[in-house]
Design a protein around this ligand. Structure first.
Ligand code: NAD
Length: 478
C-alpha cells in the first residue's frame, strides 16, 4: 500500500522527508511508515482542491458520468476489501470481519450517493405573476475533512461520497494512528479516472498537520469527526473567518431497559453495543444501561455469562470478540477511568483491568453497577469496553437519567410497549433512538449529534444539506 500523500491525482514524494511510524495495537509491531504532510504538501493539496473547484469540475460533470464513476469507486472498494482489510486490521486492531464490513459499508455509501447525482431537484417557489424564484443546492467549495481512527474507511467514505454529489472538492486528513489503509482511496480515484484535484489526502498529527489544515486560508468548510475538545478548538480557529463546520463528536449513549423488555434481546444488544465492536471504541457505544430493578438480576446474570465467554485477542484471529485498544495511551485512559469508577463507589462486577496477552493493548470487558450518575464514569466518554448500570423506578426518571450527560448521540429503548417506546423516543435528547436493538442502521438513515455530540447529519438525504448551501435566485420579470 502507498505511504505517500495523495495530491492532485498523484502520490507525491515527501518534501519534509518526515514520516510517522504506524504500529499494530495487538503486538506493537511496525505496520509501516506514513509520510507526514507539512506546509509544502498542505499548500499543494489546497491549491489542487481550489483549482478543481474553480474549474467547476464536479459541478459541470454530467450527472450520469459522475454516478458511473462513483459506482466504480464502490466496486473497487469491494475488489480491494480483502487486501485493504488486512492492513486496516493490522493498524487499527479490529477484527478482519469488522474491517471487511467497513469496506462493504463504504462501498454501499458510494453506491447510494451515486444514485443521487441526477435526483436533486431544486425548488420553484410561487410568488405571483411578476417574479420568478428558484433555489439551487450549491457546494461550499473546498471541504477540509478530518477523520478519527476508530472507523477510518467508513467515515472517509461517508463525507467524500456526499461531497462529490454536491460538488465540494476535498482535502482530507486520515488519523495518524491508522492512516495507511485510507490511501486505498487515492489508488481507486486514479483507477476510476476521477479528475485531478477533487480528492487530496494528506497525512499527519492533529497537533501539527491538523492545526495547519484548519488554519489554511483556502478552507471553505470543515467536516470534523472526533472529540469535542478538538472540535471546540477548530470552532475557535475558524470563528473569525465564519467557516461552516460540520461536527460529528463523541457520545455517552444510554439504553433504557423497561421491565417489559425482552431481556435476551437487551443482553445481545449490550454485547454488540459495547464489547464487540472495536472494543467499545465507537462513538455510539452502549456505555450506559438504565434498567428497571424488576429485570435487573436476570439481565446482569445473563450479561455476565455472555461477557465471560468473550474471547479477547488480536483482530486476525477469527475466534476473537474483543480486540485491542488503539494505543498504550488509550489503554492508560481506560484504566484510569475504571480506577476512578472504583474510587467513586461504583460496584465493579466484571473486568476493570488490562488483559495480559503479549504486548497488546487489551482490556477486559467491564461492567459497573450502582454507578453514581454524577460520577466521572457516568458522565465522560471512556471509549473502551466499559459500561455502567443505573436503576430507575419511573419512566420520567429513566429519561432524565438518559439525558443527564452533556452528550446526545445515540440511545436505545427496550420494551414491548410501542406507546411507551414512542413517548421515550420523543423525550430523549439524542440524534438516534434505537428500539429493541442496538445498531439498526443503513446508508439511507441519517445520524448525528444533539448537544455536545455535535451538529450536522451524515447519511440519507439529510447529509446533502450538511454539505451544501441553498442559493435562491429571484427574478423580476420584464
Ligand atoms: P481526536 O479528536 O483526538 O482526533 C480526531 C482527528 O482530529 C484525528 O485525525 C486527529 O489527528 C485530528 N486532530 C487532533 N487534534 C487536532 C487539532 N488541534 N486540529 C485539527 N485536527 C486535529 O479523536 P480520536 O481520538 O481520533 O477519535 C475518537 C473520538 O471521535 C471520540 O470522541 C468518538 O466518539 C468520536 N467519533 C465520533 C463519530 C461520530 O460520527 N459522531 C464517529 C467516530 C468517532
Amino acid at each position: 500500500m502507498e505511504v505517500r500523500n495523495y495530491i492532485n491525482g498523484s502520490f507525491v514524494d515527501s518534501f519534509s522527508k518526515q514520516n510517522i511510524e504506524v504500529t499494530n495495537p495487538a503486538n506493537q509491531n511496525t505496520v509501516g511508515f506514513i509520510d507526514e504532510a507539512l506546509d509544502k504538501e498542505i499548500d499543494l493539496a489546497f491549491n489542487a482542491a481550489t483549482d478543481a473547484f474553480k474549474k467547476r469540475t464536479l459541478q459541470n460533470m454530467n450527472p450520469e458520468l459522475k454516478s458511473k464513476i462513483m459506482r466504480s469507486i464502490a466496486s473497487k472498494l469491494r475488489k480491494y476489501k480483502i487486501s485493504g482489510s488486512k492492513i486496516l486490521s493490522e493498524e487499527n486492531g479490529k477484527t478482519i470481519e469488522q474491517c471487511e464490513g467497513e469496506f462493504e459499508g463504504a462501498a454501499s455509501v458510494f453506491d447510494y450517493y451515486a444514485g443521487m447525482t441526477d435526483k436533486i431537484e431544486n425548488k420553484l417557489i410561487p410568488s405571483g405573476k411578476d417574479t420568478f424564484n428558484y433555489t439551487v443546492l450549491e457546494p461550499f467549495g473546498v471541504s477540509l475533512q478530518i477523520v478519527p481512527w476508530n472507523y477510518p474507511i467508513s467515515l472517509f467514505a461517508r463525507s467524500v461520497a456526499v461531497s462529490l454529489v454536491i460538488g465540494n472538492t476535498i482535502v482530507i486528513k486520515p488519523p495518524e494512528l491508522c492512516p495507511i489503509s485510507s490511501n486505498i482511496f487515492g489508488k481507486i480515484f486514479n483507477e476510476v479516472e476521477m479528475p485531478k484535484g477533487i480528492l487530496n489526502i494528506v497525512h499527519g498529527y492533529g497537533e501539527t498537520t491538523g492545526k495547519r489544515l484548519v488554519e489554511h486560508e483556502a478552507v471553505n468548510q470543515v467536516v470534523f469527526t472526533g472529540s469535542p475538545e478538538v472540535a471546540s478548538e477548530i470552532l475557535k480557529k475558524t470563528a473569525d473567518r465564519i467557516i461552516p463546520c460540520h461536527l460529528e463528536l463523541g457520545g455517552k449513549s444510554a439504553a433504557i431497559i423497561y421491565s417489559d423488555a425482552d431481556i435476551d434481546q437487551a443482553v445481545e444488544s449490550t454485547i454488540k453495543g459495547i464489547f464487540k465492536p472495536n472494543a467499545g471504541q465507537i462513538c455510539v457505544a452502549m456505555s450506559r444501561v438504565i434498567i428497571h430493578p424488576k429485570v435487573k438480576d436476570e439481565y446482569i446474570t445473563k450479561l455476565i455469562n455472555k461477557t465471560k465467554a468473550l474471547k479477547i485477542g488480536s483482530g486476525d484471529d477469527k475466534e476473537v470478540d474483543v480486540t485491542p485498544l488503539i494505543s498504550k495511551e488509550q489503554l492508560k485512559r481506560v484504566t484510569n477511568y475504571c480506577n476512578s469508577g472504583i474510587q467513586s463507589g461504583a460496584n465493579l462486577i466484571i473486568g476493570g483491568q488490562k488483559h495480559e496477552k503479549g504486548n497488546g493493548n487489551f482490556f477486559e470487558p467491564t461492567i459497573f453497577d450502582n454507578v453514581n450518575p454524577k460520577s466521572t464514569i457516568a458522565q465522560e466518554e471512556i471509549f473502551g469496553p466499559v459500561t455502567s448500570i443505573f436503576d430507575f423506578e419511573t419512566e420520567d426518571e429513566a429519561i432524565d437519567l438518559a439525558n443527564s450527560t452533556e452528550y446526545g448521540l445515540a440511545s436505545g429503548v427496550f420494551t414491548s410497549d410501542d406507546h411507551k417506546a414512542k413517548r421515550t423516543a420523543e423525550k430523549i435528547a439524542a440524534g438516534i433512538v434505537w428500539q429493541n436493538d442496538w445498531f439498526v442502521d443503513g446508508v439511507n438513515l441519517p445520524g448525528g449529534g444533539y448537544k455536545k455530540s455535535g451538529y450536522g447529519r451524515d447519511g440519507g438525504f439529510d447529509s446533502l444539506y450538511s454539505y451544501g448551501q441553498t442559493k435562491r435566485v429571484s427574478k423580476r420579470l420584464n
